[in-house]
Design a protein around this ligand. Structure first.
Ligand code: PMP
Length: 368
């Protein structure tokens, strides 16, 4: 027997758990992690190089601990795209929205406290909760993957969680949560708590609807979390951010590691923000491709969950994992999130999506 995790004195709540592990397989078409398929445009690559070269000259010094220039640029982006004034004091940034979520849980969760999410949803909310010693409560959803508001309100009243996660558009299902539902949950959370409501808007740029940023005004317990990994096509950059009342921004600074955001990261993100218009142009292409995937999968006879994201959930399969494997055998990697009967495909380039649709057509033919 080899020495393994179970032989180490790891914390009880981590025992038997699996790490986050979307397969990173070397196949021709990778549509499994909701990445943006478009590489950054060459002028942006040039600008990153310039900004990073300048930052490199000062790497003997620690970076700006408060990332003020970057937070100012993010606030401008949010103001411009939401039409709602967002200031530098409302914005905080970290290494991916995963780190934003971790900092929020370190601040508002922790031992003796709990967080709730409505599942299936982004699995890291539960995993980061456990990692921060926060008890995790799995709230319900309807059969069609919408949030069952009455059941959700009941769960919030009963468990009085310290943090409530709402993912809109939701991952892995793709559907957006109506603003009225988020507001009702916020009210329920205030009556039970008051607790923090974290709206995870990782995919909001792909949505038919608007960001809930406008709801922050007058709601100090509401946090909107965002990322540059999807719409900005910069998953490799690791830059996530939040918008909230300035008190929330002050609070997360109690747990952030000193100089958590490297000077290279800050410089790269600033360069990307200078090219927002071009990058949002790719988002429009991806939305059209997403809509095409929905239409074509439905035409093939599949059930497809309404999508406001850059991915599509389709089914139903008696054995989703076998279908996942057959699609993979044809060189296309999609995602089996473990939602029984369903698979998820990320919208890629038109050619990648064609390859996916061809693979699915073949699998369908084989099965009929
Ligand atoms: N939230 C949701 C809903 C996600 O799907 C993801 C990434 N898959 C993240 C947050 C984390 O993204 P990142 O850390 O790259 O910002």
């Amino acid at each position: 027997m080899t020495f393994g995790i179970d032989d180490l004195p790891v914390r009880d709540e981590l025992r038997g758990k699996s790490p986050y592990g979307a397969p990173q397989l070397d196949v021709p078409v990778r549509l499994n992690t909701n990445e943006n398929p478009y590489p950054l445009p060459e002028p942006l690559v040039e600008r990153i190089t310039e900004r990073v070269r300048e930052a490199a000259r000062h790497l003997n010094r620690y970076p700006d601990r408060d990332a003020v220039e970057l937070r100012t640029a993010l606030a401008e982006y949010l103001t411009k795209t939401s039409g709602h004034p967002v200031g530098v004091d409302n914005v905080w940034a970290a290494n991916g929205s995963n780190e934003v979520i971790q900092q929020l849980l370190q601040t508002f969760g922790g031992p003796g406290r709990t967080a709730i999410g409505f599942e299936p949803s982004y699995s890291m909310h539960g995993l980061i909760s456990r990692g921060t010693g926060t008890g995790w409560i799995s709230g319900p959803r309807n059969e069609d993957f919408t949030i069952d508001l009455a059941a959700a309100e009941k769960a919030v009243a009963e468990h009085r969680p310290d943090v409530v996660f709402v993912t809109t558009p939701n991952n892995p299902t793709g559907n957006a949560v109506p603003p009225e539902t988020v507001l009702a949950l916020y009210e329920a959370a205030q009556a039970a708590g008051p607790s923090m409501v974290v709206v995870d808007e990782a995919y909001i740029e792909f949505s038919h609807g608007d960001s809930l940023l406008r709801l922050i005004e007058g709601r100090p317990h509401l946090v909107v979390s965002r990322t540059m990994s999807k719409a900005f096509g910069a998953a490799g950059l690791r830059l996530g951010y939040l918008a909230a009342h300035p008190a929330v921004v002050d609070a997360v600074q109690l747990v952030r590691l000193p100089y958590h955001l490297s000077a290279i990261t800050q410089a790269t993100a600033l360069a990307a923000l200078e090219h927002t218009d071009t990058l949002l142009g790719y988002v429009e292409r991806l939305k059209a491709e997403r809509d095409r995937l929905v239409a074509e999968l439905r035409a093939l006879g599949y059930e497809v969950t309404e999508s406001d994201a850059n991915f599509v959930q389709f089914g139903r399969f008696e054995d989703a994992h076998t279908v996942w494997r057959k699609i993979l055998d044809r060189g296309v990697l999609v995602r089996d999130n473990g939602v029984p009967g369903w698979l998820r495909v990320t919208a890629g380039t038109p050619a990648e999506n064609d390859a996916f649709l061809d693979a699915v057509r073949e699998v369908k033919k084989e099965q009929s």
